[in-house]
Design a protein around this ligand. Structure first.
Ligand code: ARG
Length: 742
C-alpha cells in the first residue's frame, strides 16, 4: 500500500510531463497537507514556480495540469483517488481524497500477523499495516553512529540523547527497507586510559594492604582537605602518596601482584570510576610540585604528575597481548560495555556488543591516514591544488606541517580559509600532534573510510599502501561497510568538527569513489541540542554533579509507578476490569517511565535545547508517552469488553470524525518518509499525537459498542483496531512499548 501523498505525487509527476513535456520532467509536484482542511486534504503548490520558469500565468498552469490529470474521466486512475480539484488564490491546487478511496485503502489493510499481543521491540515489526518498503532502486546502506560513550566514564545525558534519537532513526530506516548498520564508536583509546589503568593498579595495592573498599573515595576527600588547607599541607600529602607509590613499586618491581589482581578482577565500573578520578585529581594537584617516582624496571624517572602518561606509553608500545597494561585496559572496556549494555537493554534500544567499533578498532590505520593525506592533498594551495583533481567542487584541502603538527587546511576554491579560529587565523583539522599523537579527527577519518568503502560497489582508491593494507585487514571480505549514507548522531558542540571532517573527506574524493555505479555518499551530522534543567542551565542532579543515567531511569520508573497507582485508584471498579496485580503494575511502570523519558526527548525538534521536566513528561494529557500509551490501552479495552473479530469488516467513513481518523491512519507511511529524509523523529511524535487526538474525537462522537446497527459497529471496531495498531507500530518505531492495559 502506498500512502496518499505518494500516490498523488506519482500521478502529478505523470501529469506534469503530459502537460509540459520536458519542462515538466523531474519537477517536484510540491504535494503538501492542506493548509486549511476546509478546502481539502492536500494541496499542490507547483503552479507558481513552474509559471515563473515558463513565463505563463500560474492559474493557467494549474488548469493545464488539472486537465492533464483527467479527473472525472472514467479511464483516469486519478478519478478513483480524488474529487475534481479546485484552483485557489494565485494557483494552489486543492485536493480532496474521495471517500471511496479512503474506505477501500483502509479496508485493504491486512490483519496483524501476530495479533494484538505485546511483542518485543524487534528491529522489524511483524505488523507493517500493509506499508510497503521503498522501491528496490531506492534502498540504501545506511551506517549510523550513535550512543558512542567513553570507556571508564559514566554515560551522560548527551549520550542518552544520541542513543534514543539514533535508535529511532535506525528503526525507521530499517522499516523503510534500507540496510542499516549500527556503529557504536566507543571512546576506548586515548590518554585517559593511563589513568584508568593506574587507578586499577592502586586498587590492587590498596586491596593487598587490606584497605577498605571505598579506599579511592576516602583518598579523594583527604586530597580535597589537604588542598583546602593550603600549599604546605598539600605538598606533605602528595609527598606521602608519592612515597607510598614508590614503596609499592619497589616491593614488587615485576608486577607479580598486579598480574594476579588482574586475573581475578571483576570489572565493575562503580569501582573503576573513583579510582580513575583519584588518579586524575592527584596528577592535576601534583603538577605544581616537583615530585618524581622511579620506575626501576624500565630505568626511568617519571614526574609524579605524569605517571599515567608513562603508563599510556607502555600501553601504546604494544608488546605482547598478555602485557599488564593491555589486560587492564581490556578489563576497563569490559566494565564499561557491561554498564552500557545494562542501560541499552533497559532503554529497549537495539545496540548490542556486536555493534561496537570503538576508536581502538581503527588505531593501526592512523599512520596510514596521515600518509594518505600527505600523498593525496597538495601541500600548498592555489595553482598546485587545481591540478590534483582530488579537490571537491566546493572545498579544497591542503595538507602541511604547522609547528610540527600535521594539519589539513580547508579552503574555498579561491583560496580563502573555510574555517577560522576566534583569532581570525585559519583553523586547520589537526591529524597528528607534534609529539606524534593522533587525534579524535584522525580516528574519524579512518572510521569514515571504513564506513563508506566496499571492494565491489565503492572501492576507494588509496595512495598509501599501508592504509590500503590496514583497511583490508579490518574487513578482508568486503573491504568496509559500503555505506551510501553515513549518519553521526552527536551533539551540537561537535558541529565544527564534523564540518571540517566532511570537508576533508569530500576533498579527498572518497564520497564520489563509486560513481556512477554507486550513489555519491551522503555524510550527515544528525546534531542535537542540550538537555537543560528548570533553571535553563545544563541538566544536573541536585548535588550539582552530572546525572547518572541509571538514577535518572530509576526515578522515572518510580514516578511512573505512582502514576499507575493513581490511575488504578481512579478507575475503581470499572466494569469488567480486573484490578492490576503488583507485578503488572511494576511492568507498566517500567514501560511508562522509560517510555516517558524517551518520548520527552524524541518529541522535541532535535536541533533545539529542551528543559527536562518530570511533570511534563509524565502528564496524562498533551504530547506525552503516557497520553499515547493510554490511548492505545483504551482502544484495547474496548475489545476486552466483548467485541467480535472485525478483521474483514468493510470500513465506513460516514461521520466527519470517522473520516478524519481514517485519513490520519493512512498518512502513517508518508510520515515515515518525512522522518527518513529529515531525520527528525519529532515528526513521528507529532503525527502520533494527532492520531490519538483524532481517535479521541471519533470516540466521543461515534459510539462503537453501542453503534446504531451491527454493520456500523464492526466497521467502527475495525477502525479502532487500525488506530491501535498504528499507535503501537509508531510507538514501536520510537522504541516504546504499547501496553494492553495501563
Ligand atoms: N565518544 C564521543 C563523545 O563522547 C562521541 C563519538 C561520536 N562519533 C564519532 N564518530 N566521532 O563525545
Amino acid at each position: 500500500m502506498k500512502s496518499p501523498a505518494e500516490l498523488l505525487n506519482n500521478l502529478f509527476a505523470e501529469a506534469l510531463r503530459a502537460a509540459f513535456g520536458e519542462a515538466g520532467r523531474d519537477v517536484d509536484p510540491l504535494i503538501r497537507p492542506a493548509t486549511d482542511p476546509r478546502f481539502g486534504d492536500y494541496q499542490s503548490n507547483v503552479a507558481m514556480g513552474l509559471a515563473r520558469t515558463l513565463g505563463r500565468r500560474p492559474r493557467d498552469i494549474a488548469q493545464a495540469l488539472i486537465d492533464a490529470l483527467g479527473v472525472g474521466r472514467a479511464d483516469a486512475r486519478v478519478s478513483y483517488l480524488i474529487e475534481p480539484p479546485e484552483i485557489a488564490g494565485p494557483g494552489f491546487i486543492n485536493l480532496r481524497l474521495r471517500r471511496e478511496f479512503l474506505e477501500a485503502a483502509l479496508s485493504s489493510v491486512p490483519p496483524a500477523p501476530g495479533g494484538a499481543e505485546d511483542v518485543d521491540l524487534a528491529e522489524l515489526p511483524a505488523d507493517r499495516l500493509g506499508i510497503e518498503p521503498v522501491d528496490e532502486s531506492l534502498r540504501r546502506t545506511v551506517v549510523i553512529d550513535y550512543s558512542s560513550p567513553n570507556v571508564a566514564k559514566e554515560m551522560h545525558v548527551g549520550h542518552l540523547r544520541s542513543t534514543i534519537i539514533g535508535d529511532t532513526i535506525a528503526r525507521v530506516l530499517a522499516f523503510e527497507g534500507h540496510r542499516v548498520v549500527r556503529q557504536n564508536h566507543l571512546g576506548d583509546w586515548g590518554t585517559q586510559f593511563g589513568m584508568v589503568i593506574l587507578g586499577m593498579w592502586h586498587l590492587c595495592k590498596a586491596e593487598r594492604r587490606g584497605e577498605p573498599e571505598d579506599w579511592s573515595e576516602r583518598r579523594l576527600s583527604e586530597l580535597a582537605a589537604a588542598r583546602s588547607a593550603g600549599g604546605d599541607a598539600l605538598r606533605a600529602y602528595l609527598t606521602r602518596l608519592r612515597d607510598e607509590h614508590q614503596a609499592e613499586l619497589d616491593r614488587d618491581p615485576a608486577g607479580v601482584e598486579f598480574a594476579a589482581f588482574l586475573r581475578s578482577f571483576a570489572p565493575r565500573l562503580v569501582r573503576l570510576l573513583p579510582a580513575y578520578q583519584f588518579v586524575n585529581a592527584v596528577e592535576s594537584a601534583a603538577e605544581d610540585f616537583d615530585l618524581t617516582v622511579v620506575d626501576r624496571q624500565n630505568n626511568k624517572q617519571v614526574k609524579f604528575s605524569a605517571v599515567s602518561n608513562h603508563v599510556v606509553a607502555m600501553l601504546q608500545r604494544g608488546g605482547s597481548a598478555d602485557d599488564q597494561e593491555r589486560q587492564a585496559w581490556q578489563l576497563a572496556i569490559r566494565a564499561s560495555l557491561e554498564a552500557c549494555g545494562a542501560i541499552y537493554r533497559r532503554l529497549c534500544v537495539l545496540l548490542t556488543e556486536g555493534d561496537v567499533r570503538g576508536e581502538s578498532f581503527f588505531h593501526d590505520m592512523l599512520p596510514g591516514i596521515v600518509e594518505e593525506l600527505r600523498l593525496s592533498l597538495p601541500a600548498r594551495g592555489a595553482d598546485e591544488a587545481a591540478a590534483t583533481g582530488s579537490t571537491g567542487e566546493w572545498v579544497r584541502a591542503v595538507c602541511r606541517d604547522d609547528g610540527g603538527a600535521v594539519c589539513v587546511f580547508l579552503e574555498t576554491p579561491d583560496g580563502t580559509p573555510r574555517f577560522k579560529g576566534p583569532d581570525g587565523e585559519p583553523l586547520p583539522l589537526i591529524v597528528r600532534k607534534s609529539d606524534g599523537a593522533y587525534l579524535y579527527a584522525t580516528t574519524d577519518l579512518a572510521a569514515a573510510l571504513y564506513r563508506m568503502s566496499d571492494n565491489r560497489r565503492r572501492p576507494i582508491p588509496l595512495r598509501s599502501a599501508s592504509l590500503r593494507a590496514a583497511l583490508a585487514a579490518r574487513d578482508p571480505h568486503h573491504g568496509g561497510l559500503g555505506g551510501d549514507r553515513v549518519l553521526y548522531v552527536v551533539g551540537m558542540p561537535q558541529k565544527l568538527h564534523f564540518e571540517m571532517l566532511f570537508a576533508t573527506i569530500e576533498a579527498l574524493g572518497w564520497t564520489r569513489a563509486g560513481e556512477p555505479a554507486a550513489p555519491r555518499v551522503r555524510l550527515e551530522h544528525v546534531a542535537f541540542g542540550s538537555v537543560l534543567g528548570e533553571d535553563r542551565k545544563p541538566y544536573r542532579a541536585r548535588s550539582g554533579e552530572s546525572v547518572r543515567l541509571k538514577d535518572l531511569l530509576d526515578e522515572a520508573v518510580a514516578r511512573a509507578r505512582r502514576l499507575v497507582e493513581e490511575n488504578d485508584a481512579r478507575r475503581g471498579d470499572d466494569a469488567g476490569q480486573a484490578p492490576l496485580s503488583d507485578a503488572e503494575k511494576d511492568a507498566i511502570a517500567e514501560a511508562v517511565g522509560i517510555g516517558s523519558v524517551k518520548y520527552a526527548d524524541l518529541c522535541q525538534n532535535r536541533g533545539s535545547d529542551y528543559v527536562f521536566s518530570w511533570d511534563k513528561m509524565l502528564a496524562m494529557q498533551g504530547n506525552t508517552a503516557p497520553y499515547l500509551m493510554y490511548a492505545h490501552a483504551r482502544i484495547r479495552s474496548i475489545f476486552r469488553k466483548g467485541a467480535a473479530t472485525c478483521d474483514d469488516a468493510p470500513i465506513v467513513l460516514e461521520h466527519a470524525a470517522e473520516r478524519a481518523l481514517g485519513m490520519r491512519i493512512l498518512q502513517f507511511g508518508e510520515t515515515l518518509s518525512a522522518v527518513s529524509t529529515t531525520l527528525l523523529p519529532n515528526l513521528l511524535c507529532d503525527y502520533l499525537y494527532e492520531l490519538a487526538g483524532a481517535f479521541m474525537a471519533f470516540y466521543e462522537n461515534c459510539p462503537v459498542l453501542r453503534a446504531p446497527d451491527e454493520e456500523t459497529r464492526v466497521a467502527r471496531l475495525r477502525l479502532c483496531d487500525l488506530a491501535a495498531r498504528t499507535l503501537k507500530l509508531g510507538l514501536g518505531l520510537l522504541g516504546i512499548r504499547a501496553l494492553q492495559r495501563m
